[in-house]
Ligand binder design. Structure first.
Ligand code: FAD
Ligand code: NDP
Length: 533
């Protein structure tokens, strides 16, 4: 027993260092009683497992835990290849390690900086010099992420799920090969069903000389030992704007290189409001531009040249860091999908039916590897749980990808649920929708002398279908916290009358949604002249 405990401690320490190695619990038990390792028991179908999950991120872990809880013998494979910059991390996937979680914490750090200056107006007195220490923040974030890695590892063990810190690729229909790149260890396991939940990684362009050698991505920014300094951010969507937002908020000179529109796919009135707010609060924008090259200079600084795609004009400047946030590619290349007949599109995303079944009927896929589905953690996790329930035969429910709320965590957050105004017009016709809108004044703004120019809400009513609310959009502080409840109501089919009858909670921002009484069609001024409480 003593030996067993010592072995577990060794495993724990490795986990905290992010260098998890698979150790089968039966091997630990055998060590304790000096017995030879027990041969794994086959399933009733003659496989090693009922369900093997390739990719231990948001979707894979949720699916594996659900499957195991419903009695399926389950294994999870998770392997992280270092980024070109050399960053690597532990169990939990993109969200936990290099996505939602660190992003939200850096966003919070930036918000706190803004609130420090608000605090003075609220009577707090402290030294005029306020500085931010990147290392302290990074260390706090890293420690928190390590605790999440550990919790995931322990929860797999508690659920009796076998975990392999190895890269998986298909060998034949029911066999995956597991490889540990650092130790060279290779083994195979068999399963009745498989889940492809390998997610994606940021794309670095091959046509921008110097980008691959010198630039970083969202895989690196949250783990940089040294502060990024003056930063050039390429891209105009979620990742680019969120990173540029918190970098500006933390005091770094930040430029966004935006080749077309901000936040493609989102309501463009709202997207432009978000970008405009950022521009007015210190983020620089090079609009209509793409980078041409990144060169490292003798002093270590990066000389970036960029070109305006309309005028052909070129510009250059030196930066401490260059961050590419131009989208992500699915990690399907090394899975040997041809061996099992799983079809992908030209970009390597997996094609599935409406039950997330691939072209090989016993192989499923979810999350960021799917074609044209929201790339969001709660979507991947719910899809994974539903797949597991269907396989275990406890439910036939399919994932419903409609009315998924999301938030862009820019300095002023933008939350949305349902259709953008442009899309609502396209689908239903302008005559069949009513857009209700309003600027609003958060009650906390006036004392802090903050402008409410960008605090705006709109929702879209479908006049042709029971006056249902088919889109809602909110820019403002804590927009994400506000939208979740309205998304639940929209899921229940809330119509305009029900929203109007809802009594607000005063004084909140959320109450502004239920108070809106101006339509765009009326032409009445939606600005806040009458905002008085
Ligand atoms: P992942 O979480 O990416 O997990 C896949 C795992 O599989 C990874 O660990 C990978 O290393 C591993 N793997 C890959 N290939 C193999 C293989 N062959 N063998 C074994 N393992 C393999 N979503 C939100 O909802 N809210 C947010 O605020 C948010 N912020 C984000 C911020 C950033 C910067 C980024 C990049 C993403 C953000 N997302 C956010 C998106 C969210 O992180 C993803 O949608 C989610 O992680 C997708 O889950 P997944 O299970 O599909 O894949
Ligand atoms: P996206 O694919 O959403 O956006 C890519 C951006 O990069 C676009 O603005 C695009 O411009 C631009 N771009 C593409 N190629 C180039 C190029 N060669 N040169 C210059 N610009 C280029 O990628 P993201 O990485 O921002 O996000 C990936 C996904 O991650 C999102 O779809 C989202 O689901 C998820 N995510 C979610 C978050 C959240 O929930 N808060 C936060 C972050 C990510 P153009 O429009 O012109 O094509």
């Amino acid at each position: 027993m003593h030996v067993c405990l010592v072995s577990l401690k060794v495993v724990s320490r490795n986990l905290l260092c992010g260098s998890t190695r698979y150790v089968h619990l039966s091997a630990l038990r055998a060590t304790s009683s000096n017995m030879p390792p027990v041969e794994p028991v086959k399933t009733k179908d003659g496989y090693d497992y009922d369900f093997v999950v390739i990719g231990g991120g948001s979707g894979g872990l949720a699916s594996a835990k659900e499957a195991a809880s419903l009695g399926l013998k389950t294994a999870v494979l998770n392997y992280v290849a270092p980024s070109p910059f050399g960053t690597t991390w532990g169990l939990g996937g993109t969200c936990v390690n290099v996505g939602c979680i660190p992003k939200k914490l850096y966003h919070q750090a930036a918000i706190l900086g803004e609130e420090l200056s608000d605090a003075r107006k609220y009577g707090w007195e402290f030294s005029e010099t306020v500085t931010h220490n990147w290392s302290t923040l990074r260390q706090g974030v890293t420690n928190y992420i390590k605790s999440l890695n550990w919790i995931h590892r322990v929860s797999l063990r508690n659920a009796k799920i076998d975990y392999f810190n190895m890269e998986g690729s298909f060998e034949d229909s029911h066999t995956v090969k597991l490889t540990n790149a650092s130790s060279g260890e290779v083994k195979t396991i068999t399963s009745k069903w498989f889940l492809i939940s390998v997610g994606g990684r940021p794309t670095i362009p091959d046509d921008v000389p110097g980008a691959r050698e010198h630039a970083i991505t969202s895989d690196d920014i949250f783990h940089l030992k040294n502060a990024p300094g003056k930063t050039f951010v390429v891209g105009g969507s979620y990742v680019a704007l969120e990173c540029a937002g918190f970098l500006t908020g933390l005091g770094y000179d930040t430029t966004v290189c935006l080749r077309s529109i901000p936040l493609r796919g989102f309501d463009q009135q709202m997207a432009n409001m978000v970008a405009d707010y950022m521009e007015k609060h210190g983020t620089k924008f090079q609009k209509g531009c793409v980078p041409s090259s990144v060169e490292k200079q003798e002093d270590g600084k990066l000389l970036v040249t960029w070109r305006n795609t309309q005028t052909g004009e070129t510009n250059s400047d030196t930066f401490d860091s260059v961050l590419f946030a131009i989208g992500r590619h699915a990690l399907t290349k090394n899975l040997n999908l041809d061996a099992v007949g799983v079809k992908t599109d030209a970009k390597g995303k997996v094609i599935t039916d409406d039950e997330e079944r691939t072209s090989a009927s016993h192989i499923f896929a979810l999350g960021d590897v799917l074609v044209d589905k929201p790339e969001l953690t709660p979507v991947a996790a719910r899809t994974g749980r539903l797949i597991a329930r269907r396989l275990a035969g406890t439910s036939t429910e399919k994932m419903n990808y409609d009315l998924v709320a999301t938030t862009v965590f820019t300095p002023l957050e933008y939350a949305s649920c349902g259709l953008p105004e442009e899309e609502a017009i396209k689908r239903h016709g302008e005559a069949n929708i009513e857009v209700w809108h309003s600027f609003y004044k958060p009650h906390t703004f006036p004392i802090a002398e903050k402008s409410n120019e960008h605090c705006y809400i709109k929702y879209i009513e479908d006049l042709s279908n029971g006056n249902k609310i088919i889109g809602m959009h909110l820019v403002g502080p804590m927009a994400g916290e506000i939208m979740q409840g309205f998304a639940a109501a929209m899921k229940c089919g809330m119509n305009r009358k029900q929203l109007e009858e809802t009594v607000g909670i005063h004084p909140t921002i959320a109450e502004e949604v239920v108070k809106i009484d101006v339509t765009k069609r009326s032409g009445v001024d939606p600005t806040c002249a009458k905002c008085c409480g």
